[in-house]
Design a protein around this ligand. Structure first.
Ligand code: ATP
Ligand code: MG
Length: 659
């Protein structure tokens, strides 16, 4: 470490470079009808256990719990001790019993234009049949079922059927390779794999079963592969192993008595996105998870059952799909849109057309998509009636203030509250977010831990930083939907999350964050990605946000590359918007000066490269570690979770030829 770094007062934390003074208080009308109010924070603070006990009453328990939380076995929590419930019953049957069997649960929209509306009554029948089918295959409580399916109703039915019989699902994103599927099947020792013949992607049918066959060659744990017919393409069926979903499920009885399982009964395993390295198999359990996803879906989206039409654009292969397509919304009796395809098939207005057709009122998506919509231009959403929208959400990455403003203006008609929700596969449910109707929102900030949740920004020593200070985001109190471990790897669980601040007993999230003068939290990107320039610790997010605030920039990713004089130098990779007039050296100079003007000369990129694409995970997150390899002329690291492996070639090639 240089002397300069040692003498720099910020070297323990993160520099605070960008400041934002725009703020949007809720309208009086929204506030008057909101599901939560400011009193929830103090109520939860006064008695956390009582607050969560109350939230658990959103669910139907067959046996009541005797204690809210037992943290004596930390870092392994037990929530709602002694309680018993059936998760699928809570998501489906009880709504039918309460007289809502005819309410639409799912407005499903296929990519080629086919649609299906499924009521809660129909969903109940489907889930019961599928549960009986799994039982007929010998699947029982505690067994693992791997699911690799496109975004079709059967995916949701299969997950709920597993939950109903106490089997754990391990959903694997439909676009993953045979190798990725195989490692997840082996890790969980899955007994059954559920897949489809193929999937529609960008207007074409792509094979799925063929990939599964390749993946499962010699996989000893797998007894049965169940195949849903989706594209109608011919697929080879192995009579000893494979069975069609329709042949297996359709003949089953619609009666199935749900068994109540312990609150801590495992519900699923799900792998993290793999942005920073090898994916981790995260284990979630039943009572605490369902409580927190239902609670957060209710307050963060201000969801009103029977009135709202909700749409979360995630894939069920990610935690957002698990918590905010399947478990949270269905536990809350939502009517939701589920869309199978890509946002630009057959045209770039597809999402807005769906919102217009179904009168979607709550829309939850990711910054990567918002920036893509910006790139396509605001004239596209302007061609549709989006007046039904009343809450907009964002998740997955920090949202740059300019993207937030664009979202509010061009999708939310300049008035819709935006909830920027911070959470992880590991947290299971939303942790930090504004509450619509309660919080005055700020572009780019996730703001406050939800009522009942506690988070802090701390320095290297675990001491909380003051207003304006930056450092590491930690969770200092257990929460109901917290992970219960990494499947089969207790050591990695303890090391990854609990060793960094072991003394304090804090959960280490791996993200950088800062407080602003009001004490609101701003997420600053991965701790692994923080840059050290002449002893200043600079977050990737702030420099990227400064770049994106330039009218010619659509997307930006920055990394720190070794520099002989400054320790690290900032290298930026930038995608220009379609309307950018200048592209060459002139554009680069202009952008360097723009960053210096926005946040100061220390953050001025040493180098800016104009690129056609950025490397992203399948869930749309920028993989900076690969760009660091490029910037430092290294062999590119593990690309198995990369969405498009050709992107890295494009970038490296462009750099060699100087384009
Ligand atoms: P891996 O852990 O395998 O590297 P991952 O962290 O991308 O992958 P996820 O659990 O899907 O896997 O993503 C959680 C991460 O996404 C968070 O730790 C954070 O970095 C980022 N994130 C999610 N929501 C937000 C948000 N609203 N603001 C800022 N960052 C966010
Ligand atoms: Mg992570």
């Amino acid at each position: 470490m240089s002397n300069e770094a040692q003498s720099n007062p910020e070297s323990n934390g993160l520099s605070n470079l960008l400041s934002e003074d725009r703020s949007f208080p809720p309208s009086e009308v929204f506030a008057a009808g909101a599901n939560a109010d400011a009193g929830w924070y103090s109520r939860a603070e006064a008695d956390r256990d009582a607050f969560w006990g109350e939230q658990a009453r959103r669910l139907s328990w067959e046996t009541d719990f005797s204690r809210v939380v037992d943290w004596s076995g930390a870092p392994f929590a037990k929530w709602f001790v002694g309680g018993k419930l059936n998760v699928a019953y809570n998501c489906v049957d009880r709504h039918v019993e309460a007289g809502h069997g005819d309410q639409v649960a799912i407005h499903w929209v296929g990519e080629p234009g086919d649609t299906r509306d499924i009521t809660y009554g129909q969903l109940k029948d489907e889930v019961c049949r599928a549960a009986n089918a799994l039982v007929s295959l010998g699947v029982g409580s505690g067994d693992r079922v791997a699911i690799q399916l496109p975004m079709i109703p059967e995916a949701i039915v299969a997950m709920l059927a597993c939950a109903r019989i106490g089997a754990l699902h391990s959903v694997v994103f439909g676009g993953f390779s045979p190798a990725a599927l195989r490692s997840r099947v082996d890790d969980a020792q899955a007994r059954v794999v559920i897949t489809s013949d193929g999937q529609f992607r960008r207007g074409k049918a792509a094979p799925m079963k063929a990939n599964v066959d390749e993946a499962l060659a010699g996989a000893e744990s797998v007894r049965t592969v169940v195949v849903v017919r989706r594209t109608g393409d011919e697929v080879p069926m192995d009579p000893a192993r494979d069975v069609w979903w329709h042949e297996l499920v359709e003949g089953q009885p619609v009666q199935h008595t749900p068994e109540a399982f312990d609150a801590e009964h495992p519900l699923f395993i799900l792998y993290t996105s793999g942005t920073t390295g090898k994916p981790k198999g995260i284990l979630h359990t039943s009572g605490g998870y369902l409580t927190q996803v239902a609670y957060t879906h209710h307050v963060v989206f201000d969801h009103k059952p029977g009135q709202d039409v909700y749409w979360c654009t995630a894939d069920i292969g990610w935690v957002t799909g698990h918590s905010y397509i399947v478990y949270g919304p269905l536990a809350n009796r939502a009517t939701q849109v589920v869309y199978e395809g890509t946002p630009n098939t057959p045209h770039e207005g597809r999402h807005w057309e769906i919102i217009q057709n179904y009168k979607v009122s709550i829309y939850y998506t990711a910054p990567t998509l918002i920036r893509t919509f910006m790139k396509w231009g605001e004239q596209i959403p302007a061609g549709y009636d989006l007046s039904s929208l009343r809450v907009l959400g964002s998740v997955g990455e920090p949202i740059n203030p300019e993207a937030w403003m664009w979202y509010r203006e061009h999708i939310g008609a300049g008035k819709t509250p935006i909830v920027d929700t911070w959470w992880q596969t590991e947290t299971g449910a939303i942790m930090i977010s504004p509450l619509p109707g309660v919080t005055a929102t700020k572009p780019g900030s996730a703001q406050k831990p939800l009522p009942g949740i506690s988070a802090k920004v701390v320095d290297d020593t675990g001491t909380e930083v003051g207003p304006g200070g930056g450092g590491y985001l930690v969770l200092d109190k257990p929460w109901p939907a917290m992970l219960r471990g990494i499947w089969g790897d207790e050591q990695r669980y303890r090391e990854t999350y609990w060793s960094r601040f072991a003394e304090q007993g804090y959960y280490f999230a791996g993200d950088g964050a800062k407080y602003d003068a009001d004490g609101d939290i701003w997420l600053l990107g991965r701790v692994d990605d923080v840059m050290n320039v002449s002893g200043h610790r600079i977050s990737t997010t702030e420099v990227e946000s400064a770049l994106v605030s330039h009218p010619t920039v659509a997307e930006a990713a920055v990394v720190g590359a070794t520099d002989p004089t400054t320790g690290q130098g900032i290298v930026a990779f930038v995608i220009l918007r379609g309307n950018a007039a200048e592209t060459g050296e002139q554009a680069v100079q202009e952008l360097r000066n723009h960053v210096a003007k926005e946040i100061g000369p220390i953050a001025k990129p040493r180098q800016i490269m104009i690129v056609p694409e950025l490397p992203k995970t399948r869930s749309g997150k920028i993989m900076r570690r690969l760009l660091r390899d490029v910037a430092e002329n290294r062999q590119i690291g593990d690309v198995t979770t990369l969405a498009d492996s050709a992107v890295m070639d494009l970038i490296s090639q462009g750099l060699k030829t100087g384009k």
